[in-house]
Every structure is written in C-alpha cells, then in structure tokens.
Ligand binder design. Structure first.
Ligand code: SER
Length: 876
C-alpha cells in the first residue's frame, strides 16, 4: 500500500465511523502562542479536548503535518542517523471530544490494524500506563492479547508542551523480526528498531495548568496518533521510513548530489537522509509563512536549513542543490497539500537566498580558520576558537575537525563542549519558547547587528576610512590621533535609524583604543565614527567592542517611551494622531504628530497618566521578526512613506497597548522606563504638533530642577509649596499697585519740574524763554516739555536730557512766534554746538545722538542770547 493510499484509507475508515474529516492545521499553531510548532494532531483540537470550546462534532479524524524540531519536542539531532526520526512527519489521528472512550478507541485501532491493514496479530505488542487497569483489561480480555505482551511503562503519559490536555496512553508496537536489532518494550534494548511503536492512543483526562497542576477534565477524551511514514514502512516491508515510496523521488534527486553515486548509496548516507528529511520541513514551514530569521520559529527554520547545507557540503554538493529538491517534493506531496504547490516559487527563492548567505558565512569562516591555522604555535585548535567558529560562522564541530585533521591538528573538544554547555545554560535562562539560542539579527546590511542582546562582542575589522580634510579615504591602518570610520563584520553598535541616535562607545585591542562618537549606516555597512586615542588599528584586527551601556539604556527608555506616548496620544486625542517625525536621544525624546490644536493641560495629564500606568505594569517588551503581512495582521501600523522589507521587526509593548514596526533598541520591560514626563508642546506647522518628553534619569533630572526652583521660591516667599501660588498672586497684585502709584508720582514729578522751570523762565519782551537740562529719559523729557508748554502762552523752549551719554534735544516755539523764529532753527543752533542732528516743524523740533556733553551747559545758556538777537523779528 502506497503512503497516499494509507492516508486516504485511514481517513475513510474513521469517516465511516461518523468522524468528521479535518485537514492539516498550519505548522504554526494559531491557538497557542507558547507552542513553537504544531507537534501533534491534537494541537488544533486542544480547546475541544479541554472543553474550553464546544467542538463542531464529537468525533474528528485528520492527517496532520507535525514539526518536531526546536522546543520541547525536538528530534532534530537524531534525524539522519536513525530509521524513523524526522523533523516533519504526518500523523493520522482519530479524536473523541468527551464522547467515546477507551473501549471504542482500542477496539477500532485493532480493527484498523489487524482486519484492515492485515498486520499479524502475533507480532503485536502493547504498552500501557502502570495505573491503567482499564486499558490492560480491554487489551487482554476484549481483544485477546496475551497478558505478558501488555507491558506497563511509566513513560506512558502523553502531554504537549507545558500546558493543555494530557493523560495516560497505550502504545501499539510491531515486531519486525529478528533481522532487526532490539528488544521488546520495557527490556534494556527496547530502543532498537525491531519493536517499532507506530500508534499511540492517548486518553486525555487532565488539563495541565501553567503552574504544573493537573486539573481533571469534565469529559475524558481520546487523542490518537498513528505515524504515517512508520506505518507505511511496515506495510511496504522496508527497514526504514526513508525507503518508503513517499521519499523515493527525493532520493532520486538526491542521488545526483555531489559525490553520491546511486539511490542505494544515497539511502545509506546519513548526510543525504538529513537533506531529504530537511527539505520537507523547510518547505512546509515556508509554505506556512515562517521565514528564516534569528528569532523563534524563523531561527529554528534557519538552523534546519543550515544543517542541510552543511551536510550538503560534506557530500560535496554544488551550490543551489537544496532548493532544487523543492520540485520533486511538490510532485510527491503537492496533491495532498495544495498549499505546498501554491508556495513553490517562494520556497525556492527563500532557500536560494539562505544558501547564498550561508555560503558567504562559510567562506568567511574558512578564511578565518586558515589564517588561524597558519599562526598557530601549538598543534591544537583551542576550544574557544572552535566555539567561535561554531557560534559565529555556523561551523559544526565535525567540519572543524575535518579541516584540522587535514592540517595535522587536534581539536580541544572538551573546551568546546564546556563553552557549548555554558551557552545552552544561558539560553535556557533567557527563554520565551522552550529552547532559545543566542540570536543575532541581520537586516539589509552586510553586518551582523548583535546589539539587541549584547553590548560587547568580538569582531573583525573589515574596513577603515580616514578623514582627510573632510574627505574619507580608504586605508589599512588608522594611527593615534587620526579620525575616521571603522567597519566590522559584526557589531553591537546601533546605527542611527528610525529617529534613534547612533551608539557611542569604544573599540579596542590590546594595543589600541578607538573612541566611537557615533554610528551611522553607510551603504550596507555600519560605520563606527570616531578617533584613535591610543595605538593603531588595522584591517583584519580582531577587536573587542563595547557600547556605552549607560547611554544606550537612556536611549532605550526614551525609545520604548516614545512607543507608549504614540499609543497614548491615539487613545486620548483620537486615531487621527499619526507619527510625523521623532527623535530618540539619551536625554530626551521628541515626537511630532498630526493634530490641529494645542493640547489642553488636562489632555497632557491624561496622556502622561496613561503612559505611566503602562510603565508601572512593568510588562515585558516583546519583539517578533515576521513577514510584513503577518505584522499587519498583528495590528502593527505602517508609517506612511516608510519602506519596509518583506521581513519586518515588530515591537509589542504592554499586551496590545502598542504594536509598532521598529528596528530600534528597547527596554526589556516597561518598568525600566521609570517614568515619563511631557516637558513641552508646540505647533511646528499647520496641523502638526511637537511634544518633548523625558524618561528615566531625564525625568529625574527634570524633577530635580523643578524642585530646586520651587524650594528657592518657597524660601524667598517664606511660604510652603501649596502657598506659593497665593504668594505669587499677591506679589503680582502688589506690583500692579506699585506701578500705579509710580506712574502717579512720576506725573506729579513732571508737574513739579515743569512748574519750577516755568517760574524760573527768563523773559524777552513778552516771550518767556526756558532752556534746561532735565533728569530722566526720553519719555520724561517729552512729559516735562508738554507740561511746560501748557503753562506758558508765548514761549521759546529748549530742553535736553542725557541718556547713556547721548544727548537728546527738544525745542519748541509757540505758534504766535514760530513763523518768525522756527523751532527747527533753534534746534540747529543748539544742536550744532553739541553734535545733535535733527529736525521738525516750526513749532517743535527734536534731535539726538550728540555726545559733546561738556559743551551742553554753554549751549543751553546761549539760547537766551539767540532769542534776544531775534527780538526785533518778534516785535515786528
Ligand atoms: N498526541 C499524541 C502523540 O502525539 C497522540 O496523538 O503521540
């Protein structure tokens, strides 16, 4: 029976028993964010099994694609080296949601296996959970299995991930005969291939809670899983899953890879088995929307792809070999899984790109390894070197060992393994999924940006540019005192983007120190700008990098704060608020947004409150790297006019409070922000407003400044803080009163001066002549002039004032005289003596600018004579 027929037969068998047929759910579970991949048929029925959701029908049957790489259910390392492990396999299963239970499940399983598939009864063995007397009784009494073949096994308890439906299980084994090695279940050599488990019947009775507790289910259910590939192998009488019909076209294609000569050789070569297995999981993952990345699911995919590529390298495969396997895969499985055919070209191009990327990593690592080997003092490669090759360049231990062997070197395996263990321990501590690896994220640049997790990494200098009179010149060395830019193969320094300023810090070797004052993108590199403060730095140098961590954390607070602010603005002012610009610096943040009126004080307070509430909740800040479309589905808002790649990074803050595209660096949990204060708002153009705010230490500093001012004010006003406003109000009232009385006294002062001058006036005939220098300013001069005028009928007046050592002059002649002796002439006469120029009308003229104050008294005295000289004119 071909695999396709077996799949169909199973579905039909249970459909005839009133089971509804479900198609395979996506490999990325849609109902359980804690689960890395769909690992079993029951995943899509989880809620129906626990009773959390009402099932559509009480019975279901499916053939589910399952992925068991990464996470708790991880078979990755075994794949290729055993006859029956896969990263991706198909699981047939029948389910009862609180309806039928053990009796029917066992009975139908038996009928399918023995009556329908015609497996030999005598070769069947069973395991049960030691406490499950009911199952034992059914197998022995109802089905008629010999009691010694129903073996209690404490492992027979099935659960998925860390939560969800679980319970005791019973497993069905088939004895493949003595040409295989291994003993019956429960015996010391049960792990051999001879006794093959192919069907697992689980009786979920509990719902595992996040705290580990087993809560009983209201209605016990059934969840079975029959391994399609294994069962096909048994049906087809072949020793390994890989030898079944469904893999054949893949081995056909793989038999032309590299040094492999025939299908037989391909089947017997673990590396080829790895490749054939991995093309299936990689293709289906990509078809389900997973893309290679450095986080979560995408990272597992990348690991699987790279594992396949390395094995390809081992058997001498040529470039592009992996993506050429997509076609034969689609030909075999595309009919059962139309989604695979639909995604064929995408799968091929994703794999091709990954292959190119990995090839350059591999080349770079090889160069590094070769230069290391040449400079080696001893005939051993250090554990640290081997680890670095593994960790940074993806070199597996065996590849490094192969190369070392060619050079007559040994490898410090122990040292390597100790470092591996350290890394695993670190990763375990950091995990969001059940397993996590050290991650790096690669965007559209040639450099590995590692600054999301690390602030210091070891790196190699790829490029040096020296600044010569504002020009950048490519050089091999930068010396003490020289300014320039350093390009590295990997870096923790964030290059300015998305409003966030570039990182600062230091790049060092034993002999050199380069101060980084800014980091900027240049083409596809990150350029570290700064100056050599000690020694010299050369291309090819291995360097230690160190980002200024304190400054980076200040920036992170402001960046996450900006996201919260953006969301709060939308919530309080309305959804029309959209980002128009932003600056994220260590000491402050600036956010420009669409809104057409000033914010009221109340709105500002509400916005601050909303943000600070999120900060106090101290929720974890999460990032997802995922395809653009998925990000949009998550609710991430794309910025108008921004360009996004196919793969985007999305930042999730406060469980749905804020979801935004962002490549920046952020705090790990909102509490780190401390607090956010809005310090100013202004309008910057029509319909666009700007807010400036501070967080963390900035908010603290701001509070301190405000506090000092208030303290000083309290001291000055001799009042406590609540009394300040009243205190200042009464000060202002007092000031108003004082101004009023000052004005009054000024007016009366002017009047006094005017009266005195009028009294002291000389007379020439009927004309009264006043010439004097007065105190005060230009206003006082004019006030006195006006007052004086009002006191006299026929007059000639010349008044001067000195302000800032400059003389100002006003001359006036009453109307009856002004035709004969115009004021402007008098001004000219007096002004010429002291350097004042000016002019005016016959009745009044003004001037200023003169500096000859020494001559002023004489000039003023000369006025009387000037009038006397013109007495005849006046008289006539
Ligand atoms: N969930 C069980 C398993 O994966 C039975 O389907 O083995």
């Amino acid at each position: 029976m071909r695999t396709d027929q077996l799949r169909r037969a199973y579905l039909d068998f249970f459909q005839d028993l009133d089971h509804k047929v479900y198609s395979s759910a996506p490999l990325v579970p849609t109902n359980d964010p804690t689960l890395l991949f769909t690992v079993a048929g029951m995943v899509q029925f989880k809620d129906a099994l626990t009773g959390a959701a009402t099932p559509e029908t009480p019975r279901a049957v499916s053939c589910q694609l399952c992925m068991r790489a990464g996470g708790k259910h991880n078979d990755l390392d075994n794949v290729g080296y055993t006859a029956r492990h896969h990263t991706l396999f198909e699981m047939l299963g029948n389910f009862s949601f609180g309806e039928y239970f053990k009796e029917e499940a066992i009975d139908w399983a038996w009928k399918f296996v023995v009556d329908f598939l015609r497996f030999e009864k005598e070769r069947i063995w069973i395991t049960i959970h030691p406490t499950d007397d009911e199952a034992k009784d059914l197998w022995v009494r109802k089905i008629g299995i010999r009691p010694e073949r129903v073996i209690p096994h404490s492992d027979n308890f099935w659960e998925m991930g860390n939560t969800g439906p679980c319970g005791p299980n019973t497993e069905i084994f088939y004895d493949q005969g003595d040409s295989f090695e291994g003993g019956p279940p429960g015996s010391p050599d049960e792990d051999g291939d001879r006794f093959l488990e192919f069907w697992n019947l689980v009786f979920p009775q509990f719902d595992r809670q996040p705290d580990g507790e087993l809560a009983p289910l209201a209605a016990p259910s059934v969840d079975t899983g029959l391994g399609l590939e294994r069962t096909a192998a048994l049906m087809q009488g072949v020793a390994s899953n890989f030898a079944t019909d469904i893999f054949e076209p893949l081995f056909q294609a793989a038999s032309r890879i590299g040094n492999v000569q025939s299908i037989e050789e391909a089947l017997n070569t673990p590396s080829v088995r790895v490749i054939v297995d991995h093309i299936r999981s990689c293709a289906f993952l990509i078809a389900d929307g997973v893309l290679p990345s450095n986080e979560g699911r995408g990272y597992v995919l990348r690991r699987v792809i790279r594992r396949a590529l390395r094995h390809g390298h081992r058997v001498g495969a040529s470039d592009g070999f992996f993506c050429r396997l997509v076609d034969p895969l689609v030909n075999t499985m595309g009919e059962a899984y139309p989604g695979l055919s639909d995604a064929q070209s995408q799968i091929e191009s994703v794999l091709e790109q990954e292959e190119e990327k990995f090839a350059s990593t591999l080349r770079f690592g090889m160069r590094l390894l070769n230069s290391l080997i040449q400079n080696l003092a001893v005939k051993e490669l250090h554990g640290e070197t081997v680890f670095k090759l593994y960790d940074t360049y993806g070199f597996p231990l065996d590849l490094t060992q192969d190369i070392a062997r060619e050079h007559g070197l040994t490898v410090d395996v122990e040292g390597f393994e100790a470092l591996m263990k350290e890394q695993r321990d670190r990763a375990r501590g950091a995990g969001r999924f059940e397993t996590q690896e050290t991650k790096t994220v690669r965007f559209e640049t040639e450099v590995e940006f590692e600054g999301y997790r690390n602030l210091q990494v070891e790196a190699q200098v790829l490029e040096l540019l020296r600044e010569d009179d504002g020009e950048l010149v490519s050089v091999d060395v930068l010396r003490t005192g020289e300014s320039g830019r350093v390009g590295l193969d990997r870096t923790p320094f964030y290059a300015e983007a998305g409003g966030q300023v570039g990182d600062t810090g230091r790049i060092t070797t034993n002999v050199c120190s380069f101060d980084v004052s800014d980091t900027q993108r240049m083409d596809r590199q990150y350029m570290h700008q700064g100056k050599v403060v000690r020694g010299e730095i050369r291309t090819g140098d291995s360097v230690q990098t160190q980002v200024d961590a304190v400054r980076r954390q200040d920036v992170a607070r402001n960046h996450t704060g900006t996201h919260l602010l953006h969301s709060a603005l939308k919530r309080i002012l309305g959804s029309h608020v959209s980002q128009r610009g932003s600056l994220v610096a260590p000491d402050r943040l600036r956010f420009d947004f669409a809104h057409d009126q000033p914010l009221t004080a109340e709105e500002v307070e509400q916005i601050e409150d909303s943000v600070n509430e999120q900060i106090a909740l101290n929720t974890q800040v999460k990032t997802e790297v995922l395809p653009y479309d998925q990000a949009i589905t998550l609710g991430a808002e794309a910025l108008f006019g921004e360009k996004y790649g196919e793969i985007v990074r999305v930042l999730l803050v406060g469980n749905g409070y804020s979801t935004e595209f962002c490549g920046g660096t952020h705090v790990a949990a909102t509490g780190e922000i401390g607090s956010l204060r809005i310090v100013s708002q202004s309008g910057i153009s029509a319909g666009v407003r700007r807010i400036e705010a501070v967080t963390g230490r900035g908010a603290q500093a701001r509070a301190r400044v405000d506090d000092r001012a208030l303290r000083e004010l309290s001291a000055m006003l001799k009042t406590n803080r609540p009394g300040l406003v009243d205190g200042v109000t009464s000060l202002l009232d007092e000031k108003l009163e004082l101004m009023k009385s000052l004005k009054q006294s000024r007016t009366s002062g002017v009047a006094n001066v005017g009266r005195d001058l009028a009294t002291e006036a000389e007379t020439v005939g009927d004309v009264r002549v006043v010439s004097a220098v007065v105190d005060g300013d230009a206003d006082a001069l004019m006030s006195i002039y006006d007052d004086l005028r009002s006191r006299m009928q026929s007059y000639v007046i010349a008044l001067a004032v000195v302000v800032d050592r400059r003389i100002q002059l006003v001359c006036g002649v009453s109307r009856d005289l002004s035709a004969d002796i115009p004021a402007s002439e008098l001004l000219k006469f007096v002004g010429s003596q002291v350097g004042v120029r000016g002019g005016g009308k016959p009745e009044m003229a003004r001037g200023g600018g003169g500096t000859d104050t020494d001559s002023l008294p004489t000039a003023m005295n000369s006025v009387l004579d000037w009038v006397r000289d013109r007495e005849s004119l006046i008289a006539s």
